[in-house]
Design a protein around this ligand. Structure first.
Ligand code: TYD
Length: 135
């Protein structure tokens, strides 16, 4: 797995004078089956979230409101994204270490995930993650 597989995906956007509308039709727009949706909000200024990798989970992250940065790391290369559009999502494949920071006030980070929550799917220790990549 490589950070080059992690990409910004444009979602449909219907705009008119009354505002914008974006929709997500499962596999038409997201490259995995969505089994869970969760969101981060009320994140205090200066907070850092993430700090882990997933063994099998695929995710798409969308800045529903406000903005934040996501740094991805596949053990060899790092790539940083600034998310600030409700109509684009960052696809993250399994085995990518991620950190989220620089949350703007009032930002909402929505995550679409390919599985329900399973703690055993996490690498929460960076050297353990690196060993798993080498393994
Ligand atoms: P974690 O994934 O570490 O959050 P982040 O990556 O945003 O820093 O999860 C934080 C806590 O929330 C952890 O105790 C597990 C719990 N949690 C759930 O119970 N269900 C979920 O779907 C998620 C994502 C987390």
């Amino acid at each position: 797995m490589s950070v080059t597989e992690c990409k910004m995906v444009d979602l449909p956007k219907v705009s008119n004078a009354q505002g914008n509308l974006t929709f997500i039709e499962g596999k038409n727009h997201v490259p995995f089956d969505i089994q869970r949706v969760y969101y981060l909000y009320d994140v205090p200024g200066g907070a850092i979230r993430g700090g882990h990798a997933h063994k099998n989970l695929h995710q798409m992250i969308i800045a529903m409101s406000g903005s934040f940065d996501i740094t991805l790391d596949d053990g060899r290369n790092k790539k940083k994204f600034h998310l600030n559009r409700s109509y684009s999502g960052l696809y993250i494949c399994p085995m990518i270490w991620r950190e989220l920071d620089n949350f703007s006030s009032g930002s909402v980070c929505m995550v679409l995930a390919s599985s329900i929550y399973r703690e055993e799917d996490y690498h929460r220790n960076y050297s353990e993650f690196m060993r798993a990549l080498e393994g």
